[in-house]
Design a protein around this ligand. Sequence first.
Ligand code: ATR
Length: 278
Amino acid sequence: MTKPRRACIIGHPVKHSRSPMIHGFWLKSFGLEGSYEREDVTPDALEAFLRGLAARGYVGGNVTIPHKEAAFGTVDRRTARAEALGAVNTVWFEDGLLWGDNTDVTGFLANLDDRAPGWDDGLDKAVVLGAGGAAAAIVAGIKERGAKRILVANRTAEKTEALIRRFGSVVEAAAWPPSAATFAGAGLLVNTTSLGMDGKPGLDIDLAGLPAQAVVTDAVYVPLETELLANAAARGLRTVDGLGMLLHQAVPGFERWFGRRPVVTPELRALVEADIGR
Ligand code: ATR
């Protein structure tokens, strides 16, 4: 008899992570005996924890804030996407080596493909607000889909410069706060700043410059309908909330650890939505 497989989420803090709920739902729906546990690991203990992952009985796991860059430096092998981002959020073993991937790119793309099909058809210009870790994954995804220009507006200009160094001249610096000129002709607007999140100020920007066919999406998913999404919907624009990015980024990890490819279903979404509303 083989032992049930165990995976975990490694973060600090990790108590509020919804990943155990997502992977728990899939384990149950496949009737698998495995588990997905929370591991609160401080930054000074991360490297030793990852090196001892197999000895602790884990087949892999997710890595979240504030460990994604440190995990990048600790794994033995990385996927091309992890290399492009300099950050790892999913780890697993292959032939005794610890591999690292970044599935935030997949999560972002799969969410838009699911909720706004055709969003990338002939995409010429996209606008990204913010330039942190989430922005890097999102810029990588938009670049993969062939956008010609990705305008990044961020409060701190140096962070935009770092994205330009990482992704090249497809990324251009735009003014913060974003202007109507930045939005003109854009097919996609993405918020990756923490503005609009519960407990933070809202993202109160004038969307008048956006074309009528633009898609607006938010990486923030608490609340589900942010001020940005409400404003965009009021203008008749297509909107996509950020919860799907969280759900879809979990798919590749589950498949690697447990050997079955899960699906993001309305039932899973409803379960996590109810938890957010609580
Ligand atoms: P993540 O990894 O989730 O992207 P992060 O790296 O902390 O998190 O990035 C948060 C983003 O929100 C940054 O772009 C940040 O802008 P700065 O680079 O200037 O810090 C942005 N942000 C947070 N609070 C903000 C505020 N009050 N006004 C404007 N931008 C803000």
